[in-house]
Design a protein around this ligand. Structure first.
Ligand code: SF4
Length: 351
């Protein structure tokens, strides 16, 4: 919890207007300040040159602009750039640039650590410390955008909320960050280029549906069988496949957005044709496409990468049964690129 001056970027537009009214300033100053903060990404009040000096000094007394730094940068042979991001309080999260063909995708974190303990995930071994603020999520995008420019001289094209944490357990801050990323007084990116990935929390998926969000949703499915899914994802005990199918269908109906099912394929666990059959049956209940993801094993983990031949047979079965499927080869194998690995190595920062 931050003590002392308030984080200026935690305020909504109307709260900033209220502040200016309280110090006898015109409300248009709110728009000016927001342009500096979110569009020009000012890192200090001194940069806000169209704000009178006395007002800038007052802002300086009343607020801070929290900043993050890229503490470590690792570049893989395949071009993946993984960053350890140090937050204003010293905690560390991860953000990754994934360059594939014409796409530059930022994979960003929504929480420090995670409470869901998925068996295959490095982040799940770190306990959840706190939610990220909207500005901390936004700034990861800005940092990865700079990496895309630096290494590839290309603009950022996509964002996935697939790094550390469960985005739907930090609902308001995630939705606010997307508002700032898509807003004209912000990064102006298209909502359809943004995907929020969830481990599957029914009531929050229904909230997304009722809020009629415009961004895309991905479900980390990994098994279309409750017994298997609960084994690797304890969250499945309270959010079973049947109930997820109902909430995802509602999401699809209310937003018009199709869901993507992420399926990490593990050796001798979920790589048989019988598993593919169950997946086809699930896809018949909820319209969606499947991304099969090659597993990047974590140190001391129980799961291994599936045989590529089995992965192909699995994908072929899905295709033959009318499921749209993509295979995502594992990225950044030569660096610490499985979710949470880089932050695990910075664990001292959590002490
Ligand atoms: S896979 Fe996602 S939801 Fe599961 S423990 Fe890792 S970060 Fe949390």
């Amino acid at each position: 919890m931050q003590t002392g001056p308030k984080n200026l970027r935690s305020l909504s537009s109307s709260q900033i207007e209220d502040y200016f009214v309280s110090i006898d300033q015109p409300t248009f100053r709110a728009r000016q300040v927001e342009e500096w903060l979110w569009q020009k990404q000012a890192t200090s009040f001194d940069e806000m040159t169209n704000i009178p000096l006395a007002v800038r000094s007052q802002l300086q007394k009343d607020f801070v602009i929290n900043l993050l730094t890229v503490a470590e940068e690792q570049v893989s042979n395949d071009g993946t750039v993984k960053c350890a991001i140090k937050l204003h309080d010293g905690m560390v999260v991860e953000a990754v640039l994934i360059p594939v063909k014409d796409r530059m995708t930022a994979c960003i974190s929504s929480q420090v650590g995670c409470s869901l303990s998925c068996a295959f995930c490095a982040t799940g071994r770190l306990k959840r410390m706190r939610n990220l603020e909207p500005d901390e999520i936004f700034d990861q995008v800005v940092a990865i955008k700079a990496m895309a420019k630096k290494y590839f001289n290309k603009p950022l094209s996509n964002i996935v909320y697939m790094g550390m944490g469960e985005p739907l357990l930090n609902y308001n801050n995630v939705v606010t960050s997307i508002y700032r990323i898509t807003n004209g007084v912000g990064l102006g990116m298209a909502s359809k280029r943004i995907t929020v990935s969830t481990a599957g929390i029914d009531k929050m998926i229904l909230k997304l549906a009722n809020d009629k969000v415009k961004f895309r949703l991905a479900l980390s499915l990994h098994a279309a069988n409750d017994e298997k899914r609960s084994k690797i994802m304890p969250i499945n005990d309270q959010n079973t496949l049947d109930s997820l199918a109902v909430s995802l269908k509602t999401f699809h109906e209310k937003t018009g957005n199709r869901v993507t099912f992420e399926y990490i394929i593990f050796k001798d666990f979920n790589d048989e044709i019988a598993d593919a059959k169950e997946l086809v049956a699930f896809c018949e209940k909820v319209p969606g496409r499947v991304n099969i993801i090659e597993y990047n094993p974590i140190d001391g983990g129980e799961y291994e990468q599936a045989d590529p031949k089995k992965v192909d047979a699995f994908a072929n079965y899905l295709e033959r049964n009318g499921v749209v499927v993509n295979i995502r080869r594992s990225r950044g194998k030569d660096i610490d690129a499985a979710c949470g690995q880089l932050a695990n190595k910075n664990e001292a920062a959590y002490a």
